[in-house]
Design a protein around this ligand. Sequence first.
Ligand code: PMV
Length: 336
Amino acid sequence: MRTTTARAYPNIALVKYWGKADEELILPAAGSLSLTLDHFETTTTVVPAPEAATDVLELDGSLADPGQTNRISVFLDHVRELAGREDRVLVRSRNSVPTGAGLASSASGFAALATAAAAAFDLDLDARELSRLARRGSGSACRSIAAGMAVWHAGDDESSFAESVDAPDMRMIIVTVNRARKAVSSREAMRLTAETSPFYSGWVSSTEDYLEQMVAACSAEDFTRIGEITESHALRMHGLIQSTVPPIRFLNPTSHAIFDAVAEAREHGIKAYSTADAGPNVAVIVRPSDAEALAERLSGFGDVRVVGPGPGAHLLTAADEVPPAAGTSAGEGSHA
Ligand code: PMV
């Protein structure tokens, strides 16, 4: 085993993943498609701790809470099973956005952890196997293994992975309206939706249909069609989520105002389309030449950032290791 460091970026889905076919293997009820970004990265260092009784997680310079530590430990059990080893590890992870705020930190987090842990445990995985592994941490993480536009195939454990597809160049404007951790996790909200919404089966079949149209629109470089599907599919997802019992709402009045402002920009000739994940923040896709002007228009709604297509998850060198949290001695002297 060795100490390894990896970096991964979040992705924002244009055709959303919402609902599982298998809770344990994290198989989606339908495929999805997303853009891996070039901002808001997670950097994760995995340090072997053969003497330790449990895994330890340091998140953004502090010891993580037991819930978060348990979640990565369950994931690491799967890595240990693949490697045929029992070693515990120390995981040091640093996010450039707040964890759990609906900016897909679980995707960048588990993509970085899967990449670093696979290397730390000397697993020789290709991109497809790495995507399947990241999927086991958080479904959407499998898409952050791939660069740029990526499609995640529904299927069984073997065939459910993400890979990059051709798409026209575009920018995404991320409008952060709220950085607070969301009240309901996507995992829990997804489960409630599947169990209680009368619209769930229609959602799954319409997602399959949209995904097929979206992949065709991407390869035809038809930005307008990509945008129309993106906005429509996001609103369908939020409508579906609101139909759970008890209801869950992730969008707030500011999110709706941004959707309206983007629709108004379209009336003025700026082709742009909105989407939002499990939180109130809005992501707007736009052609590169319109990005700065639209970002300016949206700047009154919150913190605005123009981002583009980013790289897939990758290993870094020892120079990029995440330093130990202040006041801990756990990482010291462990570079065995
Ligand atoms: O991978 P999870 O469990 O964080 O779920 C992600 C769900 C959405 O972000 C709302 C949609 C998606 O496809 O990323």
